[in-house]
Design a protein around this ligand. Structure first.
Ligand code: AMP
Length: 282
């Protein structure tokens, strides 16, 4: 496996792969890897022969007071996990390598869909995400890139960026990978104390309660939101941030849920912000 830290190393390795007729698959990550990330490697493998992953904690997508400074990292472990999963190249650049000369002047504006849900609480976040993803697409020119449904809004916006900016890359979205008890895997779960970890499960319980109610015939988004809040409210460490029933591509709130509507939720658990979602009737 190749570990590239510079653009030049990346360019040479990609040119060799392309020269050999291989399709390039990319899995962008911020490291501190878990099975959710690795499942995306497996997904990319279905559409590409040369598998690449990036490990880069993108400062542009963190707001003031967010957890950029304490974001977990374990490069050696991450590289070993990616190699064991059959990744051919890992790109682990410095911020200077990704943004030579400092923050970019031209960035990608996610539009109104970047200001709802998480975007309402994290101003500038999705602009930072789309900007780094566009830059990674520029550096890798991947044929296919895999992202997780766990970050539902991010996935929708990346697909929309690719469509609106005519980027030639196939975007795959992988299912949410969960711990055995149902908590969505996240690098940030490492921050949870044992009692917070127990309460964090309230997010999943809330989503399952909503799914159950929907399958039992309740479609009012108000009623479904109430069920979500009630269930999450049973878990003292959880501070509800938002819970919305939205259209899966336009992200607009719906009044009445239908199969394929997405329930998206964010909550603080202690000092850790967690997100999860559920596609209704999936
Ligand atoms: P991150 O390192 O948190 O930026 O995540 C990198 C990629 O992994 C993103 O596309 C995420 O959506 C995806 N991802 C994170 N957690 C999970 C999970 N539990 N299941 C599937 N994909 C995930």
């Amino acid at each position: 496996m190749i570990l590239a830290t510079t653009r030049q190393e990346l360019r040479e390795a990609l040119a060799a792969a392309r020269g050999a007729g291989q399709r390039v698959g990319l899995v962008p990550t911020m490291g501190s890897l878990h099975e959710g990330h690795l499942s995306l490697v497996d997904l990319a493998r279905t559409r590409a022969e040369f598998l690449t992953a990036s490990i880069f904690v993108n400062p542009l997508q963190f707001g003031v007071g967010e957890d950029l400074d304490r974001y977990p990292s374990d490069l050696e472990r991450d590289v070993a996990l990616l190699e064991a999963r059959g990744v051919d190249l890992v790109f682990h650049p410095s911020a200077e390598e990704v943004y030579p000369g400092g923050d970019p002047e031209v960035t990608v504006d996610p539009g109104s869909m970047g200001r709802v849900l998480c975007g309402a609480f994290r101003p500038g976040h999705f602009q930072g995400v789309l900007t780094v993803v566009a830059r990674l697409f520029g550096l890798f020119r991947p044929d296919v890139a895999a992202f997780g449904q766990k970050d539902f809004q991010q996935g929708v916006l990346i697909r929309r960026m690719v469509r609106d900016l005519e980027m030639e890359v196939e975007v795959l979205l992988g299912d949410i990978i969960r711990e055995e008890d149902g908590l969505a895997m996240s690098s940030r779960n490492a921050f949870l104390t044992p009692s917070e970890r127990a309460d964090a499960l309230g997010i999943r319980r809330g989503l399952l309660a909503v799914e159950g109610a929907f399958l039992a015939g309740i479609t009012s988004a108000d009623a479904l939101r109430g069920i979500l809040r009630d269930e999450m409210g049973r878990h003292p460490a959880l501070a509800f941030q938002y819970g919305e029933v939205v259209h899966p591509e336009r992200l607009e709130p719906v009044e009445s849920a239908s199969p394929g509507s997405v329930v998206a939720v964010a909550a603080h658990c202690g000092s850790t912000r967690l997100i999860d979602n559920q596609i209704l009737g999936a």
